[in-house]
Design a protein around this ligand. Structure first.
Ligand SMILES: Cc1ncc(COP(=O)(O)O)c(C=O)c1O
Length: 434
């Protein structure tokens, strides 16, 4: 059979998108002018004209161990050629092995069990259903400026207006985000923990199903939860009858450099952990990993994700864990991330438009302000820096509730050799935008 023709020109691709994508899909574009990527290898991307970029976005945090990493691609291809899909009601060793391997990288103590999904939002939906089924309570707590996904239930716990559509389910009370830079209660952790108690007392029945928290807020503009917050929140939610759900979709798989999971920074063990994106290095996969007793009441009903536990994606997932371990990518994230953070701090000294730099490991951000004293978010300057970064061969992400942050979540294989060109490119982009 002849290969299907593919027309690579940017203009043609843009025209097809304009004509055939619905507004809900076509709205989400980063740059003023279209950009077509043709190839990726490890931390680098090439556009259709052959220009090379450093992918500081990791294709939206999905590329954890590197674009087209041969170990992951070969594992997935071998599985796809043998049996591309096997519906979950039949037994297959690839997802079964991955479940065992994921349980092995969770904190010791609890007995962990796994439910595979196709995406992070599906995993969030399941985690919310699990928390409500287990606790017998309806009310859920979530953080302002959180992002948990596009499905109805995931939107219901998302605290950024730009991602919320009409008619999403209720029974969610929002709690102030503990953002040391611009949070409503300042830089201390305790007032934010007191706020959880107040919200439980005032905006719920007094009993809750749980609270879902990104260990480091991603789209919210890379906001690491301050020390003591996750442990304190878990204690308060459990006292009100609920469970603590850790959303590790962005912060998991060694990205923070310190630990495999972001919540481990606070020495707290969640009841439910949600993961996706980097778990498959680009192959669609998500998972809910829960303590056995929390997951058990779900056995009363069926929950079937058609491609959940798909052996091709699970073969990729197994390879991802192997590569993280053997290529010591968590340590790499810690070392390269620390050097990159120093670079950002130096740029902050030079450019007053940078109000804040923050993050850990390879999960970093700069926040732009028009008035450093008032911390007035500056969406326009953020957008200008972002566009100039493209000219410098750097792909980042505009993030944050005010679109005033540039987020960096590159593949974990970013190297020390990349830091210099990144620093130079950012410096030039900031100079042009200022
Ligand atoms: C923290 C977090 N949770 C959940 C999701 C939803 O994942 P997905 O887009 O795979 O549905 C995302 C997606 O960006 C995310 O960043």
């Amino acid at each position: 059979m002849a290969d299907l023709p593919i027309e690579w020109s940017t203009a043609h691709t843009a025209k097809l998108r304009d004509n055939y994508y619905s507004a809900s899909q076509s709205k989400f574009v980063p740059f003023a002018q279209p950009l077509v990527f043709k190839r990726g290898s490890m931390q680098y991307l090439w556009d259709v004209e052959g220009n090379r970029y450093i992918d500081l976005l990791g294709m939206n945090v999905c590329i954890s161990v590197g674009h087209a990493h041969p170990v992951v691609v070969n594992a997935a291809m071998a599985q796809a050629q043998e049996l591309t899909h096997c519906t979950t009601m039949f037994y297959h060793p690839a997802p079964a092995h991955l479940a065992e391997e994921l349980a092995a990288v969770m904190p010791a103590g609890p007995q962990w069990v796994v439910h595979f999904t196709n995406s992070g939002a599906e995993a969030i939906d399941l985690a919310l259903a699990m928390a409500r089924t287990y606790s017998g309570n309806l009310d859920m707590l979530a953080l302002r400026t959180a992002y948990h996904g596009p499905t109805a239930a995931a939107q219901s716990v998302t605290g950024i207006a730009g991602w919320r559509h009409p008619g999403m389910p209720g029974n969610v009370a929002f709690v102030a985000d503990p953002n040391p830079y611009r949070g409503v209660f300042g830089a201390d952790t305790d007032p934010y923990l007191d706020e959880i108690d107040r919200v439980i007392q005032s905006a719920t029945t007094g009993s809750v199903a749980g609270m879902v928290i990104e260990s480091v807020q991603g789209y919210g503009g890379v906001v690491p939860m301050p020390p003591g917050y996750l442990a304190g929140a878990a204690a308060r939610v459990r006292a009100a009858g609920g469970v603590y759900i850790a959303d590790e979709v962005q912060s998991g798989f060694g990205r923070t450099g310190e630990h495999m999971w972001g919540f481990e920074a606070d020495d707290v063990v969640p009841d439910i952990v949600v993961m996706a994106k980097g778990i498959g290095n680009g192959f669609p996969l998500g998972a809910v990993v829960a303590q056995r007793q929390v997951a058990e009441p779900m056995s009363e009903k069926f929950m079937f994700h058609t491609y959940g536990a798909n052996p091709t994606s699970c073969a990729a997932g197994r390879a991802v864990l192997q590569v993280i371990r053997e290529e010591k990518l968590q340590q790499n994230a810690r070392q390269v991330g620390a050097t990159l953070l120093e670079t950002l701090q130096a740029l902050k000294q030079k450019y007053p438009i940078i109000g804040d730099v923050r993050g850990k490991g390879l999960m970093l951000a700069m926040e732009f302000v028009s008035d450093p004293q008032k911390k007035t978010p500056d969406k326009q300057i953020t957008s200008r820096v972002f566009e100039h970064c493209r000219e410098e061969g750097l792909i980042l992400s505009k993030s944050g509730p005010y679109q005033s942050c540039l987020r960096m979540v590159p593949p974990l294989c970013l190297s020390m050799d990349d830091v210099e060109p990144i620093a130079r490119g950012l410096d030039r982009a900031l100079a042009k935008a200022s």
